[in-house]
Design a protein around this ligand. Structure first.
Ligand code: 6CS
Length: 311
């Protein structure tokens, strides 16, 4: 069979590298073929998710940043400072987390989706026109966020004016001054040339970009046991590959940006400078529980337990 798989990035970006590995594994180990649809070929994130739910696509990668309306609990990934930046701990968390591997699959299933895996894509840093040393520097800054209510709350708590936009509009909006900042992991800042339309990169360790890869549930349930195992093995193989691929990627990407634009400022905030950003996180966590109730709190508590277990 021909299986169709869409994702939110270009072929040579992290989701594309993951998808390429997945495709290779399936095609080497079966007679199925996987056709890849990178960002832009079938629309924005919201569009590819609709197509996956409708069964037009068999596989889709959509980040929790766009899944807020569908699965509010997935917004937990935007509680600032919840995930560690230490790669070893972070990767171990993704491998072993009960919240990710046992609780989230049930929530995705209710939306007609078989959650196959979640994986990190790198530390998220801010790009802005002016330096950001404290939340006061974000005051009145129209800051683009993914279309996710909790991310809006997080940037509002830091004093910015959050502006949710789909990805396709971000470069142009920065260029024309409709927005003055956005956040993304290092590799993406480099590959999408965010440095051409902003002056300063600020890393404050508040998040690691998480994404989710899934199948249409009716399609997956309809596969024979052998094909289900094949899909799971391909998922695992690509997961192992993508964690390895990312080692050192953040630092390399920031280096490449420096080479491409030597006067780009890159500021890594100190522990002291991070404090006021961290303090606001408690408020965002409360908002998360307010939005998602007992179900969300159970996920948050489990994530904290999973994180404590890898600490
Ligand atoms: O900021 C965004 O919207 C995009 N960022 C990444 C790293 N991947 C896809 C997503 O659309």
């Amino acid at each position: 069979d021909e299986w169709r798989y869409a994702f939110e990035e270009a072929l040579n970006e992290v989701q594309g590298v993951y998808a390429t590995k997945f495709k290779e594994y399936i095609e080497e180990n079966s007679d199925h073929t996987v056709t890849l649809f990178p960002f832009g070929t079938l629309g924005e994130s919201a569009d590819i998710m609709e197509q996956a739910q409708a069964g037009i696509l068999q596989f889709v990668d959509q980040s929790p940043g766009f899944t807020g309306a569908l699965i509010p609990e997935a917004q937990v990934f935007f509680v600032p400072y919840l995930l560690p930046q230490d790669e070893t701990k972070l990767f171990e968390f993704f491998r072993t987390s009960k919240a990710i591997n046992e609780m989230f699959p049930e929530l995705y299933a209710q939306q007609g989706l078989e959650l196959l895996t979640m994986f990190p894509e790198g530390e998220v840093c801010l790009t802005t026109q002016e330096p950001v040393k404290s939340p006061a520097d974000l005051n009145e800054v129209k800051f683009r966020v993914m279309t996710n209510p909790l991310l809006v709350e997080a940037y509002a708590a830091w004093g910015a004016t959050p502006t949710p936009l789909p990805w396709g509009e971000v470069y142009g909006a920065l260029q024309t001054g409709i927005i003055q900042g956005q956040e993304n992991p290092g590799f993406f800042l480099e590959s999408t040339k965010m440095y051409e339309v902003t002056n300063v990169i600020t890393c404050l360790g508040h998040n690691n970009f998480t994404t989710a890869m899934m199948a249409n549930k009716d399609f997956f349930d309809g596969l024979g046991a052998e094909d289900q195992e094949l899909v799971q093995a391909a998922t695992q193989s690509a997961f192992d590959y993508i964690l390895d691929y990312q080692k050192g990627l953040q630092a390399e990407s920031l280096e490449k940006i420096k080479e491409a634009k030597p006067d780009m400022q890159i500021n890594i905030l100190s522990e002291e400078e991070r404090k006021p950003f961290m303090e606001a996180a408690a408020e965002v966590e409360k908002e998360f529980i307010g939005m998602t109730g007992d179900g969300g709190k159970a996920i948050l508590d489990q994530m904290k337990a999973d994180l404590a277990a890898v600490d």
